[in-house]
Design a binder for this molecule. Structure first.
Ligand code: ZN
Length: 348
């Protein structure tokens, strides 16, 4: 009996020893310490600006099939052609942008490789062309129309695995306007690297209702999401019409702290409509409660369209050091850093 015990002990010790060795070897190959030269060569700037793109519907059309500028399907460019959307995604990738989740941006978790810049995609209104389901396969999984926004995003996932394809979809009470598939769609999204957030039950204009109605509009969407994907949706709201336009509005406290049906829902961020990039989450100017977005539309490089914004970003964009835990900034920007940020900061 004793012999057996000793043998087991020896085996355990040997096992532990060999495991330790394996663990020790891993980091050597993985991480190499970056130098100031690396930062300079890549113009690393983690206090640079981040584009949050605002899309609505993606329509299976060529640009030449619309009567509006570029890839706009409507006069104001809230709806976009598939041709333009595919070109947008190619453009962002080639320009060195890599996608991150909106919720990660708000929380200051920007995991992008060295020299690359973060970009965030959002889709409002839960339109069926955001993720169009054409049926179910033999196993009961949804079949997604390759020409809907998610169909196109999935093709980019395969084409550029390092793009880190993701997006946040803001839904109303109609969810994705596909009654028989809505629940499956929402589950599929969060299981496949996408996020779902709140766009109010009836696309309400918060400036035109009272605090009770505001809470019903916000709370009922969270209740629906709680039911379908508990703990998996994001507590972020895209304000319909970008309204109210000020954080001081009387309904704002009820939008961020909502009591509905005996439950309290806390919203960590509200998204506005238009017009330009947002601050780095490590900047003094960063306010997660009220975030600007870029309207993804064409206007010949004017009025803060995509072209104009990405031209502006050439001088101001966030450029990553490749390490999610460390903030690297040029010496000249030290004053712009939010002193509450609890991360290792390196200046160069
Ligand atoms: Zn909307």
């Amino acid at each position: 009996m004793k012999k057996v015990l000793v043998l087991i002990l020896v085996l355990i010790l040997v096992g532990c020893g060999s495991k330790k060795d394996e663990v020790k070897e891993e980091p050597k190959e993985e991480k190499k310490e970056l130098t100031v030269e690396d930062y300079k060569n890549n113009s690393v700037d983690e206090l640079g600006e981040v584009p949050i793109m605002m899309y609505h519907g993606i329509h299976n059309k060529k640009n030449s099939e619309t009567e509006y500028t570029g890839g706009n399907v409507d006069k104001d460019g809230y709806q976009r052609t598939t041709e333009a959307f595919i070109n947008d995604l190619e453009f962002y990738y080639k320009e060195g942008y890599r996608m991150i989740r909106l919720t990660d941006y708000v929380d200051g978790n920007i995991d992008v490789e060295l020299g690359k810049s973060p970009i965030i995609l959002t889709f409002d209104d839960g339109l069926s062309n955001a993720i169009k389901v054409t049926g179910l396969d033999k196993k009961g999984n949804i079949i997604i129309d390759p020409n809907s926004a998610v169909g196109i995003l999935e093709s980019f996932k395969k084409k550029y695995p390092d793009y880190n394809v993701t997006a946040t979809f803001f839904v109303n009470g109609g969810l994705f306007e596909q009654k028989e598939y809505n629940e499956k769609i929402i589950k599929w999204l969060v299981d496949n690297g996408y996020d779902v957030g709140n766009h109010t039950y009836s696309h309400v204009n918060f400036s035109e209702v009272d605090s009770k109605k505001s809470q019903e509009e916000v709370g009922s969407i969270y209740e629906i999401l709680d039911d379908i994907i508990p703990n998996k949706y994001v507590n972020i709201i895209a304000l319909p019409y970008g309204s109210p336009y000020s954080l001081d509005h009387a309904n704002m406290p009820y939008i961020f702290n909502t009591n509905y049906n005996g439950k309290t829902y806390i919203t960590k961020s509200a998204l506005r409509v238009g017009w330009k990039s947002e601050s780095s989450p490590f900047s003094k100017d960063f306010n997660p409660k009220f975030l600007k977005r870029i309207r993804a539309y064409d206007n010949n490089g004017e009025e803060f369209d995509i072209e104009m914004n990405f031209n502006l970003l050439e001088k101001t964009r966030y450029i990553s050091d490749g390490d999610v835990d460390t903030i690297v900034i040029p010496e000249s920007k030290t004053n712009a850093l939010n002193s509450d940020v609890k991360r290792t900061v390196k200046t160069y």
